[in-house]
Design a protein around this ligand. Structure first.
Ligand code: SAM
Length: 234
């Protein structure tokens, strides 16, 4: 269970309404049953159900099971999509090893102001589902030009370019030497010609194709993250 509080042995607190319902009525856990807690900062802790009431399930923190691992050093930059597809894209990015999610506003982005709180909730849910203790950070949306102007030059930006002259991403990825990485996937309408020119001219940018077909933006995200994992690794 994800809990926002700082955890320490002996701490007692009431689980939230949804979590209490899940523990008591879905999992049907009784007093004394043990659960695992995490908050993306302290690591994974065991806790026991101390009491159950109509209002809430009271939990008592026992001890640290797994220390907090570091976040993967991959910044996933994406043009926000319409909500349902965005939920999917965020979930896959978390599963595939993104450590930071950076919404980017490009000329053809359809969603100018993505709901950050919903993105953050999606990230926590994805982390819970796949047992990732280090909960990725979700940053405020940035315009592409501004993001690039303030870019950390030691971080290689891998840019998915559907207009690349080849179709195989692996040679370009295998040539990347930096450990600090970022990935950029465009919006449904793709990058504009100016954006593409600007990106290709930057020394810290590597453009990669993702095969011979045009992929939907959320498909491209998974394909690119898988290609990165297969060549550069976590
Ligand atoms: N401009 C495209 C078109 O022809 O309509 C649409 C862009 S595509 C739906 C969304 C994003 O996914 C692109 O901006 C790119 O970043 C990535 N993408 C999709 N297919 C790709 C491919 N074959 N190679 C590299 N990137 C791709």
């Amino acid at each position: 269970l994800f809990v926002p509080d700082d955890l320490e042995p002996g701490l007692e607190f009431d689980a939230g309404q949804q979590q209490s319902h899940y523990l008591a009525h879905v999992l049907r856990l009784g007093e004394g049953a043990e659960v695992l807690l995490f908050n993306g900062r302290d690591g994974e802790w065991s806790a026991a159900i101390a009491a159950k009431s109509k209002k809430a399930v009271r939990l008592k923190v026992l001890d640290l099971q797994r220390p907090q691992p570091p976040l993967p050093d991959l910044v996933y930059c994406f043009a926000p999509l319409k909500q349902g597809r965005l939920d999917y894209l965020v979930q896959k990015a978390v599963e595939m090893g993104a450590g930071v999610l950076q919404p980017v506003i490009t000329q053809h982005t359809q969603v100018a102001k993505p709901g950050i709180e919903r993105l953050r909730a999606n990230v926590v849910e994805a982390a819970e589902q796949c047992g990732i203790l280090a909960v990725p950070e979700v940053r405020e949306a940035e315009k592409l030009e501004r993001l690039l102007a303030n870019w950390d030059k030691e971080r290689r930006l891998i840019f998915c370019d559907e207009d690349a002259s080849t179709t195989n991403p692996l040679p370009a990825l295998q040539a990347v030497s930096e450990k600090k990485l970022a990935l950029l996937v465009g919006p449904e309408g793709g990058f504009s010609e100016d954006e593409r020119k600007m990106l290709r001219a930057l020394p810290f940018v590597t453009a990669i194709p993702l095969g011979p077909r045009i992929l939907r933006a959320d498909t491209a995200a998974v394909a690119a993250l898988a290609a990165i994992q297969a060549t550069i690794g976590d």
